[in-house]
Design a protein around this ligand. Structure first.
Ligand SMILES: C[S@@+](CC[C@H](N)C(=O)[O-])C[C@H]1O[C@@H](n2cnc3c(N)ncnc32)[C@H](O)[C@@H]1O
Length: 291
């Protein structure tokens, strides 16, 4: 089946270009030089994307490959974002976007850059939207994880991020999908926990927002039962002691800007404050090991 599709789809594409009216044909061929063709997101789906991104008044939103500017304009006009920025490589789209922003009366809150998304700095974004292709998302993924602040929401239309599983998915009209991810803090590595006067080693193994690992208690390695990251919020559960009558210990912490963990351990309902500091390097998140 895959083999048939592999050969049939290019032939179908050629037939469609040949059959299209001259103006449409010119646009299709012009688009062919870019990483992704121009296909606008229907406004109903734009609304769903912005709702899933939970846009708030302090947000700076970026749309990578912003087309006619509809997502950028709707973010400030309909969802109250502080500012919104579109990046598109096609000068025709940038002209349309500026004209649409003028008509919508939002030129003071939006900016459109004629630029290549792979070269443009979008690190100030607190919300990132994309309607690109999975292979393009995957090329952008290391930059997204390395440069965006933890807690930044990333929303895509129809195309996912490979093994980085979404934190939320919505289906639209039976065939469209909207995906949402929260950029996790980087906590991968070795740590030392200080809690209730004791110090002990902690190993965090991060796979995007999923955490596994272990603590070393009384010379024994106690593996986590569960672990998760929601932006800077870290939770994992281990047993307070290994052995038959072990009590669950639920660790809840924030990864601070200074690269430390600060939180509490809930041991059978009793709460103990803890901090942790790194004792080893901090590897990039997007160099995933197999699970
Ligand atoms: C599928 S459209 C999405 C348009 C808009 N985001 C929307 O959802 O309505 C993809 C857009 O990406 C732009 N594009 C493709 N490759 C690009 C690149 N390397 N850098 C910047 N823009 C690119 C195309 O010009 C097109 O406007």
């Amino acid at each position: 089946m895959n083999m048939i599709l592999k050969f049939a789809l290019p032939l179908l594409a050629i037939a469609l270009v040949a059959m299209a009216p001259a103006a449409v044909r010119a646009a299709m061929l012009e688009d062919d030089q870019y990483d992704v063709p121009y296909v606008p997101t229907p406004m109903k789906t734009v609304g769903r994307m912005l709702e899933m991104a939970k846009v708030k008044p302090s947000d700076v939103l970026y749309d990578l490959g912003s087309g006619d500017g509809r997502i950028v304009i709707s973010a400030v006009r309909d969802y109250g974002a502080l500012r919104a920025v579109g990046v598109d490589i096609n000068p025709v789209r940038i002209r349309e976007s500026n004209e649409n922003a003028r008509k919508a009366g939002v030129t003071d809150k939006v900016k459109f850059y004629e630029a290549n998304i792979f070269e443009h700095d979008f690190s100030e974004a607190s919300v990132l939207l994309m309607y690109l292709l999975t292979e393009v998302n995957l090329k952008l993924r290391p930059k997204i994880l390395a440069t965006l602040k933890p807690g930044t929401r990333v929303v895509t239309h129809d195309f996912d991020m490979g093994e980085w599983e979404p934190d939320d998915v919505a289906s639209m009209d039976g065939f469209r999908h909207v995906y949402m991810w929260i950029v996790p803090a980087n906590v991968d590595g070795t740590w030392e926990v200080t809690a209730g006067g004791a110090k002990y080693p902690l190993v965090l193994e991060q796979f995007f927002q999923q955490l596994s690992g272990s603590v070393q208690l009384a010379g024994k390695t106690v593996a986590f039962r569960t672990g998760h990251l929601d932006g800077v919020n870290v939770t994992f559960e281990a047993n307070a002691l290994s052995g038959n009558n072990a009590t669950p210990a639920i660790y809840t912490a924030k990864a601070t800007g200074a690269g430390a963990l600060e939180g509490t351990i809930d041991i059978g309902g009793k709460k103990v404050a803890f901090t942790a500091r790194r004792t080893g390097p901090s590897p990039a998140i997007d160099a995933p090991r197999s699970k």
